[in-house]
Design a protein around this ligand. Structure first.
Ligand code: KE4
Length: 424
């Protein structure tokens, strides 16, 4: 009997390119039919055929407390009847900004947008406007959304589908994009000396999540900070994934390195379309209408998105023990997978920081994109399907980090490990 997902996928491809509204959902690299979901609750998603999955994507990060988190749902219901958008300022936007500023280090001011892409492209424009310089450095395998300048050696779907150059991204749009391998400070120093006084920004995922989870080696981020201080370069932490996930203060708090600008997404919206960028007042006041670095958005600060994000962030701020519990659960998953894979006759590496974790079937450490790309990713694809068959839904790509939610139970963790033990 043909599954409902299969039927829906065939129908979807008639009206939506590739049948999905974002490429990473398409199962294109792992093969097979993408699973169409009907609803979700806590740590579980339920597909159109009624199958239940333990969810390790959690909407690619936002569902840190699990799906349909009651306080967020209630807040949305109560707010929606008061209109879903004004296009005029509201008190809630001030409360949201003040809450973010109270949680994220080095954020004196913040501007709301509607996606991580918008947040990163706005932060880059701001850094360029503030410094009067054009070039910037990004890292191979890092993904900062799909604005033209970032689609150079990017991670996530571009790595998954091995897209080297993106048609439509002009040479003009990407000519100022410089790239270096993640965790290689010498390569950054070389680029900086070759482009003296021309570099506006260095943008980085402080813990990378778009080539699997890749953790900065000791001294790497600190070295970038020193280079930026010495050269007058704006250090942008893309915390769309790490923000409010690794700690209330994100990677800056967790790793103790200060950024000049920080971008946010995912958790900040509680599942609604929200992004934000913020940083030092001296830089942020260059943004229109205060300054002339133009940036705008019809639905920026949308009341439904704000109340969803505000409610979730407030929960995380008021209950910091959530982070320790998330870490403990992920540590348990890590240890369980390690014990299972040690019985495999194939080498593996598990990368983790906090509740971001990824498995690479590699015989060497995975510290940058080249390492991630040279792992046995065909084996990962088989592992993905083996887990899916056992009701465990991993990100459908070796170039993605897994996300653990607070709602996952001891039984779920044991089932995950038992499912991995069936893989060979
Ligand atoms: P969005 O525009 O997709 O909200 O955010 C872009 C973005 C920016 N920075 C980082 C570090 C990100 O991880 C992302 C988006 N992450 C992907 C997952 N790898 C979103 C999933 C998708 O593309 O559908």
């Amino acid at each position: 009997m043909i599954s409902r997902s299969k039927q829906l996928f065939e129908r979807a491809q008639q009206s939506i390119p590739g049948g999905v509204n974002s490429p990473v959902r398409a199962f294109k690299s792992v093969g097979g039919t993408p699973i169409f979901m009907s609803h979700a609750n806590g740590a579980y998603m339920y597909d159109a055929d009624g199958n239940r999955y333990i969810d390790y994507i959690n909407s690619w990060g936002p569902m840190i407390m699990g799906h349909a988190y009651e306080p967020v749902i209630k807040a949305i219901k109560d707010k929606a009847v008061l209109s879903t958008s004004f296009g005029a300022p509201t008190e809630l936007e001030i409360e949201m900004a003040e809450l973010i500023i109270s949680m994220a280090p080095n954020v004196d001011m913040v501007r709301m947008v509607s996606s991580g892409t918008e947040a990163c492209m706005s932060a880059l424009r701001l850094a360029r406007g503030y410094t009067g310089r054009n070039k910037f450095i990004k890292f191979e395998g890092c993904y900062h959304g799909h604005a033209d300048a970032f689609l150079v050696k990017a991670g996530s779907g571009m790595a998954t589908f091995n897209i080297q150059t993106v048609p439509g991204v002009t040479a003009g749009a990407s000519m100022d994009t410089l790239t270096a391998p993640y965790n290689e400070l010498d390569a950054v120093a070389e680029l900086v000396s070759e482009n003296k006084d021309e570099i506006a920004a260095i943008i980085i995922e402080p813990v990378a999540g778009n080539m699997g989870c890749i953790v900065p080696v000791p001294g790497f981020l600190e070295g970038l900070r020193l280079i930026c201080d010495r050269e007058g370069i704006v250090l942008i932490f893309d915390e769309v994934m790490t923000g409010f996930r690794l700690a209330a203060g994100g990677a800056q708090e967790r790793l103790g390195v200060n950024a000049d600008l920080v971008t946010f997404g995912k958790v900040i919206g509680g599942g609604l379309p929200v992004g934000a960028f913020g940083g030092k007042k001296e830089i942020m006041q260059c943004i229109a209408p205060l300054g002339n670095v133009y940036q705008a958005g019809t639905l920026s600060g949308n009341p439904i998105a704000m109340i969803a994000g505000y409610t979730l962030l407030k929960t995380l701020k008021d209950h910091p023990e959530i982070y320790a519990e998330l870490d403990q659960k992920t540590e348990q998953i890590h240890a369980g997978l390690e014990s299972v894979f040690n019985k495999l006759d194939h080498p593996f590496v598990i990368n983790r920081l906090g509740s971001m974790i990824s498995v690479h079937f590699s015989d060497k450490p995975v510290n940058n994109f080249t390492d991630a790309a040279s792992a046995n990713n065909a084996m990962f694809n088989r592992f993905f399907h083996s887990m899916l068959d056992n009701g465990v839904y991993l990100p459908p790509s070796a170039f993605e980090t897994w996300f653990v939610c607070h709602a996952i139970s001891e039984l779920d963790i044991q089932h995950t490990i038992a499912s991995a033990a069936k893989f060979n």
